[in-house]
Design a protein around this ligand. Structure first.
Ligand code: SF4
Length: 434
């Protein structure tokens, strides 16, 4: 790079936490080439959009973001990567102003492609066929937050009938335990206190290395400087009793699990090609509750999937209502090209999907309120986060209750005990540091 000009880059990231941590990794790779982030009022030379393709809406949003960036920075070089780029690279390449489209395998080589474009100004589409995707893009970032997101696994071999992620991210693979432990020690050196393990199907860790998730968790727990770990999500059939018991006895794994259920009807779970039935799911929930009575359990629920009759939806709602879980992450089903689900004849109307989503969200709200109410007046440890411009400081308790306390700069990135005082409409709790 001719160093008279310091190249400035602007990032736009859509989608999951995995995408955000990967964007930060791309930022690091470009920074190694002297390309630095542009400030808000600087004209970037380069714009990078890391896309998501989990629903039709996500695709539409990506196109809107790409077009508005091109309109705002007409002279910038535009690079598009991420799941949408992997799945529909030609569609993106046809958007006027897009210069480079990189698939999941090529995103790590972003600096090389940018250099090449600066040399020849040739539009580039570099995407590997999904089955051949094999590289693991390591990433461990906190961006402007306090907690770190450590990517431990990528890709998925499950092929649930409604999902395109295996087609966008390739086969299940992970970093080696040694590679990941180096990143954990780096976080400790940087003074990090909490690490959230992230991935596509974390429980499938070690598919390409022959290593086991439990062995990684054990080694992580030995790094004394890290006071907290959370597993961002784990499939019910991969959440072994060994992992549950280990977390319960561990020094630093928090009493908090996020377990995708998707539906509480076995008929629909079969249509979704999920790898468990609702009885197994309930067993895991009660196993967690028994091992960690204070644990917070979040659950992914999809509504309005093809084949979900009124009866099956009621079964799902009642099943979840009876379970000791605390929060539902509700997704209305979205038709995805190339998925098996499109062969299921019964289609649920948009109106019914919205009604079912509203009922599940109301159920989630009630459950989370009941859970939090049980802790008012008690004391819990909280990692205080870097404030972001508002008048209060926030943090999560060990069992994932969001608290607000009076701001005190000395508390940033420290685990302190707080008394939970009162519950707000937004499900946060006003608390007092003690
Ligand atoms: S487990 Fe199923 S829903 Fe999750 S990423 Fe894999 S295929 Fe998609």
């Amino acid at each position: 790079m001719e160093h008279e000009t310091t190249y400035r880059v602007k990032f736009e990231t859509l989608g999951c936490k995995l995408n955000f941590s990967e964007t930060a990794t791309l930022g690091k790779l470009l920074a190694e080439q002297g390309i630095v982030p542009a400030t808000e009022d600087e004209q970037p030379h380069l714009c990078v959009v890391n896309t998501c393709s989990v629903t039709d809406l996500a695709d539409r949003k990506c196109r809107q973001h790409i077009r508005s960036l091109i309109k705002r920075y007409p002279h910038a070089l535009v690079v598009v990567t991420g799941c949408y780029a992997q799945l529909k690279s030609q569609e993106i390449a046809q958007i006027p102003g897009v210069d480079i489209v990189l698939g999941s395998e090529q995103k790590l080589d972003i600096a090389t492609y940018v250099k090449q474009w600066l040399a020849d100004h040739q539009p580039t589409v570099a995407v590997t066929d999904t089955p051949k995707i094999s590289r693991f893009c390591p990433s461990c970032e906190r961006g402007d937050r306090t907690r770190y997101w450590l990517k431990v696994q990528d890709g998925c071999d499950y092929y649930c009938s409604y999902c395109t992620i295996p087609m966008a991210r390739g086969r299940s693979r992970s970093g080696t335990i040694e590679q990941l432990m180096q990143q954990v020690r780096q976080v400790a050196q940087e003074g990090g206190k909490e690490i959230v393990l992230t991935g596509v199907n974390i429980g499938d860790f070690g598919k390409n290395t022959g290593e086991r998730l439990i062995d990684l968790l054990r080694l992580m727990d030995e790094v004394q400087e890290i006071e907290r770990y959370r597993i961002s999500s784990i499939e019910p059939d991969l959440l072994t009793d060994e992992i549950i018991d280990f977390c319960a006895r561990s020094r630093a794994f928090m009493p908090h699990f996020h377990i995708p259920l998707q539906c509480g009807s076995n008929e629909v779970l079969r249509l979704m090609r999920r790898h468990y039935n609702r009885e197994l799911f309930a067993e895991k929930v009660y196993r967690c509750r028994q091992a960690m009575p204070d644990c917070f359990i979040g659950v992914d629920v999809m509504v309005g999937t093809r084949g979900e009759t009124d009866e099956f939806f009621e079964q799902s709602h009642d099943f979840i209502a009876a379970l000791p879980v605390q929060h539902l992450h509700v997704f209305p089903y979205s038709e995805r090209p190339g998925t098996y689900a499109l062969r299921i004849p019964l289609v649920v109307s948009q109106k019914t999907k919205q009604e079912r989503a509203a009922r599940m969200i109301a159920l989630s709200d009630r459950k989370q309120r009941e859970f939090i109410a049980g802790y008012l007046g008690t004391t819990r440890p909280v990692l205080m986060e870097q404030p972001h411009g508002d008048a209060t400081m926030h943090g999560f308790t060990d069992n994932y209750i969001r608290v607000n306390v009076a701001p005190d700069a000395a508390l940033v990135n420290r685990v302190v005990n707080v008394r939970l005082l009162s519950l707000n409409d937004d499900l946060t709790v006003d608390a007092q540091v003690i």
